[in-house]
Design a protein around this ligand. Structure first.
Ligand code: ZN
Ligand code: ZN
Length: 307
């Protein structure tokens, strides 16, 4: 493992925040692109079977998003209120979920039941198809509260996948102008969730800027690079890479709060996608664990019991 001395890199001295585009919502083709990335990463990978499963799951998510019905959403008055108060408009823990998210889950499960799945996953699909509404809502509450270990490892990816589709649908129907900055720069301004990773953009006016990538709705919001994304401290920030890696993915750790978040440098690999590349670099998480740092970026497809 290489530890880097922190030096200013191009793009770290940034233009005033008002001149920087603050938010990018996920595109309507998010899951198709994610599926493609999972599929590519699954080749010759120690976790190849799981990554290939997640590629099929992302295809199922895209299929569900394409057919998602129109939902009732916060009106302009509510949008302005949340922007003024610095509150996420579609808060993962507070938003009253429409039953449509369960319809998306059913679509995902039907799609997956036609895929060639391992026996255990097929059994989970059948049991979730027959699960009670109350049971599913309870699982959703736990996932959205960040308590991923409270769900069985088999059920987690399916239920989380449906919640992602629902949140992406709502955010894209509202559009970027509906959302404002939060006081806490490390939380998603759309849904209040933690980021799965950070992305350092490449090219154009965003060259070298860091955007945090939401673990739930895949929105990307700008955050300056000199601060820890978790506690906003500017002291004791270090970067780690795996020995022999291209340096496209680094873990950025903070001495003040003892957490880390991965940073994906698109300049080194423009095809990276935060959820997929985070899961494909679990070796880096293991090294950070040995360093005594806790992961600050939850991945909804990673159950704490998997390691
Ligand atoms: Zn979000
Ligand atoms: Zn920190």
């Amino acid at each position: 493992m290489n530890t880097e001395v922190r030096v200013l890199e191009p793009g770290q001295i940034e233009a005033p925040a008002g001149e920087i585009r603050f938010l990018f919502l996920a595109g309507r083709d998010l899951f198709a692109r994610r599926a493609e990335r999972f599929r590519l990463l699954s080749e010759d990978h120690p976790l190849g079977d799981y990554l290939a499963f997640l590629a099929a799951l992302a295809d199922a998510q895209q299929n569900a998003l394409n057919q998602f019905p129109t939902l009732s959403l916060p009106d302009p008055k509510e949008q302005a209120f949340c922007r003024d108060q610095g509150m996420p408009l579609l808060g993962a823990r507070s938003w009253p979920r429409d039953p449509a998210w369960r319809a998306a889950l059913t679509m995902i499960l039907r799609y997956m039941s036609a895929a060639a799945l391992p026996a255990a996953a097929s059994e989970t699909v059948v049991s979730l198809i027959h699960a009670s509404e109350a049971g599913l809502e309870e699982m959703a509450d736990k996932i959205l509260a960040g308590d991923l270990g409270a769900i069985s490892p088999g059920e987690l990816p399916f239920v989380a996948a449906a919640l992602q589709v629902y949140w992406v649908q709502m955010a894209s129907a509202l559009g970027e102008q509906a959302f404002g900055r939060l006081e806490q720069g490390g939380m998603c301004p759309v849904c209040g969730s933690h980021p799965v990773a950070g992305i350092v953009r490449s090219g154009g006016t965003e060259q070298g800027l860091r955007y945090l990538y939401c673990s739930l709705c895949a929105s990307q919001w700008h955050m300056v690079r000199i601060k820890c994304s978790n506690c906003e401290s500017a002291n004791g920030i270090n970067h780690y890479t795996l020995e022999g890696s291209t340096g496209a993915v680094k873990a950025e750790s903070c001495d003040d709060c003892s957490t880390y978040l991965k940073l994906l440098y698109l300049e080194k690999d423009g095809g990276m996608e935060a959820m997929a590349d985070d899961l494909a670099t679990l070796a880096l998480d293991m090294l950070m664990d040995n360093e005594g740092k806790a992961c600050g970026g939850p991945n909804l497809f990673f159950h704490p019991g998997m390691v």
